[in-house]
Design a protein around this ligand. Structure first.
Ligand SMILES: [Zn+2]
Length: 267
């Protein structure tokens, strides 16, 4: 079945990796950075009200721990859509300059680019076909998930030479089925997306008519198997960002006064 995650500590920096992905990658926590107050301490969001020098130092620590360059980051403006962009060195982002395009997924076949996606309860998914030399980072909030952004990401990677049967995936810390309470619109969309397979990830709340708990991490894992990835090549984090809000940024727990996690991967 699905594989797990491993926690690492480099200096004060604490991050996780998926056991399935043999490339340099990380899912960050909120631990080990220099940001202060409600952003303490590892905030990687540029637009959370943090001081620029703090965000720069947080990126320096993260990329140094992974043996990567903070001069080769690639960002997108995440908008809860389904767009996936294929990126090259022409898309390298200089911190605190505008990002010229919107996309919730990015894929590449270029070595050394640090594909970056941001979350704080939404589901971060990293993908790789190491043999083909293709990687991707996808921001899977529920709207992007049910719009099948993973289907688009796998197709974009296939266009670069990746094969789903060879691909590795890691589904990082995100709000769990314990805490992701929704109205009927989310279960309805999950069933439209996954078909009958979606039923396993939806639980009505007995004493709250019209309310449901949805397992968005497991639903995205199921979508990857529908797309042809073997379950044994998919790692799924057990961590719930809201339950473990002292370790991870949680939008719901903090009601929005928060930093951002990053999931990063490089070929
Ligand atoms: Zn929870």
């Amino acid at each position: 079945m699905y594989q797990g995650f491993t926690q690492h500590k480099t200096g004060e920096l604490v991050y996780l990796t998926g056991d399935t992905i043999p490339l340099r990658h990380a899912f960050t926590t909120r631990l080990g950075g220099v940001s202060e107050g409600s952003l303490a301490s590892l905030n990687l969001g540029e637009h959370r009200g943090d001081r620029e020098e703090n965000v720069r130092e947080n990126y320096r620590r993260l990329t140094a721990a992974l043996g990567l360059s903070d001069q080769r980051l690639v960002f997108t403006r995440q908008v809860h859509g389904a767009a996936v962009k294929t990126v090259t060195a022409a898309d390298i982002h200089t911190l605190f300059t505008p990002v010229p395009y919107e996309a919730d997924g990015i894929v590449t076949a270029e070595r050394g680019l640090v594909l970056t996606c941001f979350t704080a309860d939404c589901v971060p998914v990293l993908l790789a076909d190491p043999q083909a030399g293709v990687a991707g980072a996808v921001h899977c909030g529920w709207r992007s998930s049910v719009a099948d952004i993973l289907g688009r990401a796998v197709a974009a990677m296939a266009a670069l030479g990746a094969q789903p049967a060879r691909m590795r995936a890691a589904i990082g810390p995100a709000i769990g089925a314990c805490c992701f309470e929704t109205g009927p619109e989310v279960p309805e969309a999950v069933l439209a997306w996954l078909g009958r397979d979606g039923e396993a990830f939806i639980a009505p709340i007995a004493d709250k008519p019209g309310k449901f708990l949805v397992d968005l991490k497991a639903a995205n894992a199921r979508r990857l198997t529908q797309l042809g990835l073997p379950a044994g090549q998919i790692a799924v984090s057990e961590a719930c960002t809201r339950c473990s809000h002292e370790t991870f940024w949680s939008h719901r727990y903090t009601r929005g006064d928060r930093g951002s996690q990053a999931a990063v991967i490089a070929l």
